[in-house]
Design a binder for this molecule. Structure first.
Ligand code: DGY
Length: 323
């Protein structure tokens, strides 16, 4: 029987590409450049399955390619707000993601950002590289203590919980949580966390706010100018979720006028483009979407996508089916 034809939109870790090729008839975008709408339409039209990433936008137009089309989008990544879920449902396309395997590494990166912005690590690094360090002095690049402070977590899924674990056990932080649905008392107890009924109630209570909710239209600009104003003047905002969750123009204003202490972003609204206003903010740390970027996580994500494809084409329900 002919092996299913799979289009892979980006280079993947070598071990994952090798295993994929053993099981499927694989075509890889070896240029590794970001694909446009026409490239993706072509992939949906010609292949039995597509293995995309966060950089591939599957809009209604991309997915509407006529009667014959791919039957599965096995997304490499946990977030899938780049895929129009109403359209895939209309076309009968299955979507899977890769949860769990990146939670620990993404939580590690959220902690990295929290520490970097509070302890002014980005500023210090820039200073040394610019040859501008004049030596130790008591008033030099004085930051904010992290240990023992209050951390607000918005979205208490797997990654939010992994952050709570680190912050609570490693840094003795008090954990407040906002989550759309009630979190079980057992889970809250595990992390010594308290659930707060609304984002507006949570923000004024926190020294740090870390975002771990999904992106997409529903959460676009969840953190807008009004909510930034609810944060303490010395508080820090951390975003490892999705760029669209934060109104970047409002954030730039808050940073420039120092109505909050600082921010650290791993994700951006129109990445890889960066809002120029953000570049001018010294109290902002920026990383290029590195949340899951460890060898371990990136391989595990690939194998998880491979398992989802294998199950799907064997007629089984993939374990990570999200649509
Ligand atoms: C994820 O898994 O959602 C990462 O942000 C990459 O897409």
């Amino acid at each position: 029987m002919a092996r299913p034809r799979i289009f892979v939109t980006r280079r993947l870790p070598a071990a994952v590409e090798a295993k994929l090729s053993e099981r499927f008839d694989v075509t890889i975008n070896t240029s590794d450049r970001q694909l446009g709408t026409e490239d993706l339409r072509e992939a949906v039209r010609r292949f039995d399955g597509v293995l995309p990433t966060v950089t591939d936008r599957f809009s209604p137009e991309t997915l509407d390619v006529g009667r014959s089309h791919a039957r599965i989008l096995a997304n490499y990544g946990v977030g899938y707000s780049h895929i129009d879920i109403a359209s895939v449902a209309r076309h009968g396309i299955t979507v899977t993601n890769t949860p769990d395997v990146l939670s620990e590494c993404t939580a590690d990166l959220a902690m990295t950002l929290m520490l970097m912005v509070a302890r002014r690590a980005g500023e210090g690094e820039r200073e040394i590289r610019a040859g501008a360090w004049t030596g130790w002095r008591p008033t030099h690049l004085v930051g904010t203590r992290v240990s023992g402070k209050t951390l607000g977590i918005i979205g208490f899924g797997r990654i939010g919980q992994a952050v709570a674990h680190r912050a609570r056990l490693g840094f003795g932080m008090e954990i407040l949580v906002y989550n759309r649905s009630p979190v079980s008392p057992g889970t809250l107890k595990t992390y010594g966390a308290t659930q707060v009924e609304s984002i507006d109630a949570l923000l004024p209570l926190c020294d740090f706010v870390s975002l771990h909710c999904p992106g997409g239209a529903e959460n676009r600009h969840l953190i807008d100018g009004r909510r930034l104003d609810l944060m303490r003047p010395e508080a820090f905002l951390i975003n490892t979720a999705r760029g669209e969750v934060v109104d970047e123009a409002a954030l730039a204003q808050a940073l420039m006028f120092e109505t909050i202490g600082g921010a650290a972003l791993d994700v951006f609204d129109r990445e890889p483009r960066i809002n120029p206003q953000l570049r001018d903010c010294d109290n902002l740390v920026m990383l290029p979407h590195l949340g899951s970027a460890t060898r371990e996580a990136r391989e595990a994500m690939g194998f998880r996508a491979l398992d989802n494809l294998t199950d799907f084409f064997a007629g089984r329900e993939p374990r990570d089916k999200v649509a």
